[in-house]
Design a protein around this ligand. Structure first.
Ligand code: GCW
Length: 720
């Protein structure tokens, strides 16, 4: 039996076995044979072989991905040749290294390729597809792009595509603890088996790297921002280095979270004062130790002086002093520091939404140029909807990076279907107006608004040991969307949802449209049944699972719910205008103007910025109370519609994944009604108004909802 036949049988076996186990493990990387014969022949005519001019770990990854992917999609082996052939195929190489590619690619096209970008075009005379880049990552991302084009049944004969990433550092943040619990994680345990590393390399690590490379992610922070200095102990650094070795061929740099007090806990020093020469030396030595093990180490992510984490302020130093010390340590190696702006003061703040701005704006321009300030999309904490963080546009001399949450701490955790790309897009396309119209958040993040070269975006991962990686299968769409928006923050969600659905489920037009509609509507639905009209932070305490608008007894007022909704007999909402906390003053004049008048403030943000009376007449003709009732009910009803939509898809989806989603939607329907009835019953105790009779009335009294306790809800912060 010749080599080609053997490869073919192995492929068939692989395809059959993986098709058999439709448990979601393959994510969107499902290179099953294209059933449509005409389409398959179309691709076969144009790709009969692959020639990669050059070799390196990343180039070899690209070769293998192209060969395996194309062979799977076209249903027969597509050979990797040692030389270009005079038949239709794809020629891959680096400008300036491959003479063939350098000669074939027109100069003006070559100059347009940026770092990690690629050129994919059909050479008219040479009749070959060319994939060219200036660096290996570009080849890797171009390879996955071509595969995605074919998986999406898109044409490739007229390909003439220059595709450069708009953001440089595209990273996942894992809030994974060394004991393998995942803070705010709902997909099982951490996939990093620290106990068996470095010797045992789980196949998952490789599949993880592959999945991230396929969506352009080039960095990952494998430890929790509530950091543990143990990671810097020599044996743990060896473990981290083993992970870095796995990630490297996929173009992914490993980062670690740095606990600011490590010099004390691990180094035995008396202090962690960033201005203390001994402390500075300790970080320099530790960094040198890390780079000896991990030459391409990305750098540190730091949560300091926030929620009890140690930081420079304990030594009367500021965030810049702290960040710059670490920045100086990694700078000689090309490393960066991602310093989080998720900071709110220990005192009782009049409005937590103002804290980060007050702490960081005065430091604008004081950070080293290898420091990125990592800012959450909103000023409180990844709520179903928040206005944009006022820091976006307020620190023009400092590169700010976005922090989105992919894990759904506040959006239904491990079971709800909520297409997060919608909220990512909403945030990225919001205008800060700081430099006039068009000063979009995306332009702050991609560096174009203020001319920054160093740019970044982070997503708090929703990945765990669950067989389908994300627990709720549609969580895969959120991971996928994050990667696609990290590459291009101007993409629209519908395009991303359509792409993901074709790769993951089906090309059937009707089924495709149904799934895209489900994804595209689901974020608004979640806001409706959890926190409509600008309500926020009204979840249960601790685990944040389920409703808790009555939460009022916590160690801090701004950890309660009543602090945020401020419901009383008159009305509800947080006055953040000049008559209240004046948080609105932290935004640009044009932005302020849009939100400062309750009559013109967009309804989704009304109760974020205003305290409004229950009988306040809205433009809908309803009172505030009526609008709240109808909106909560609409949200719950829309989840039932998601359920009905999914039921119609039974003929198009394999049984195992169909059942997974069906069962999770059952939970989502139940919990949406729980949120609806618990919140309306509670707020009714203030409004004293009836829930409109045509709406389903709550089944229980308020104290029933208040009595519900879930001591073992997943993802809670470990008590260490
Ligand atoms: O999102 C909230 C979470 C904490 C998290 C913190 C943060 C990692 O409730 O679990 O801690 O904010 O972003 O640091």
């Amino acid at each position: 039996m010749d080599r080609k036949t053997i490869v073919y049988f192995i492929l068939i076996l692989f395809t059959w076995s993986s098709a058999k186990a439709e448990d979601g493990y393959r994510l969107w990387l499902r290179f099953d044979k294209i059933e449509n014969e005409v389409l398959k022949d179309y691709y076969q005519e144009q790709i009969q072989y692959i020639f990669v001019d050059g070799s390196s770990p990343i180039l070899n990854t690209a070769s293998n991905e192209l060969s395996t992917g194309l062979s799977g999609l076209l249903g027969h082996p597509i050979p990797l040749e040692q030389q270009p052939q005079n038949k239709a195929g794809i020629i891959v190489g680096l400008i300036g290294q491959s003479q063939l590619i350098t000669d074939l690619v027109p100069k003006e096209k070559a100059t347009a390729i940026q770092e990690e970008g690629f050129l994919l075009f059909y050479h008219p005379t040479n009749k070959q597809l060319l994939l060219a880049a200036k660096d290996e990552r570009g080849i890797l991302y171009g390879s996955f792009y071509l595969l995605r084009q074919i998986q999406n049944h898109q044409p490739i004969d007229d390909l003439n595509l220059l595709n450069n990433p708009k953001i440089k550092k595209r990273v996942l943040n894992h809030w994974d603890n060394l004991d393998r619990t995942v803070e705010r994680g709902y997909a099982g345990f951490s996939i990093w088996n620290w106990h068996e590393l470095p010797e045992f390399i789980d196949q998952r690590y490789i599949d993880y790297a592959r999945a991230n490379a396929s969506i352009g992610i080039n960095g990952t922070v494998v430890t929790n921002v509530n950091a543990n200095s143990l990671i810097f102990r020599a044996d743990y650094l060896e473990k981290a280095a083993a992970l870095a070795d796995v990630f490297r061929p996929y173009g992914i740099q490993l980062y670690l979270t740095a606990r600011f007090s490590s010099p004390i806990e691990l180094g035995g020093l008396e202090t962690a004062d960033p201005l203390d020469p001994q402390v500075q030396q300790w970080w320099k030595d530790k960094t040198a130790e890390i780079y000896r093990l991990i030459p391409d180490f990305g750098g540190f992510l730091v949560k300091a002086n926030s929620e009890g984490q140690p930081g420079p302020q304990e030594y009367n130093r500021n965030h810049a002093d702290g960040a710059n010390m670490l920045a100086d340590a990694v700078a000689p190696y090309g490393g960066i520091v991602m310093w989080r702006a998720f900071v709110y003061s220990e005192e009782e703040p009049e409005d937590r939404a103002k804290q980060a701005y007050n702490e960081f704006v005065p430091l604008d321009g004081k950070f080293r140029d290898n420091v990125l300030i990592q800012v959450k999309n909103g000023p409180i904490d990844f709520q179903p909807r928040e206005p944009i963080h006022p820091l976006f546009g307020a620190m023009p001399q400092t590169p700010l990076m976005m922090e989105f949450q992919i894990t759904k701490e506040y959006l239904g955790q491990g079971t709800h279907l909520v297409g997060l790309s919608s909220i990512y897009e909403e945030v990225l396309k919001t205008d800060t107006y700081v430099k006039g119209e068009g000063s979009l958040v995306a332009k702050v993040i991609d560096g174009s608004l203020d001319g920054h070269k160093l740019t970044g975006i982070a997503g708090v991962a929703n990945i765990g040991t669950a067989r389908n990686w994300t627990g709720n299968l549609f969580g895969q769409a959120d991971w996928y969307a994050f990667g696609r928006l990290a590459w291009d923050p101007y993409l629209d969600s519908k395009t991303i949802f359509r792409e993901w659905t074709r790769l993951t489920f089906t090309h059937d037009p009707e089924a495709l449209n149904t799934i895209v509609r489900m994804l595209a509507s689901s974020h608004e639905t979640c806001v409706r049944y959890m926190t409509p009209m600008g309500l926020h932070h009204i979840m249960a305490a601790g685990h944040h699972f389920g409703p808790g608008p009555w939460v009022s007894q916590m160690s801090r007022a701004d950890w309660t719910s009543v602090y945020y909704h401020k419901a009383d007999e008159k009305g509800i909402g947080f006055d953040r205008t000049s008559t209240g906390s004046d948080a609105l003053s932290q935004y640009s004049a044009t932005f302020r103007q849009q939100y400062s008048d309750p009559n013109t403030c967009p309804l989704p943000f009304l109760l974020w910025f205003h305290h409004v009376s229950w009988d306040y007449k809205l433009s809908s003709g309803r009172t505030l109370w009526e609008e709240m009732c109808y909106t909560y009910h609409q949200g719950a009803m829309e989840v039932e519609q998601l359920q009905e939509s999914w039921e119609q898809l039974r003929p198009f989806i394999d049984k195992a994944r169909f059942q997974q989603v069906k069962m999770h939607l059952k939970i989502q329907v139940k919990e949406a009604k729980w949120w609806r009835d618990a919140c309306l019953t509670y707020f009714q105790s203030f409004s004293k108004m009836p829930i409109p009779s045509e709406l389903e009335q709550p089944l229980h009294e308020l104290q029933y909802y208040q009595s519900i306790i879930y001591p073992y809800a997943p993802g809670i912060r470990p008590r260490w």
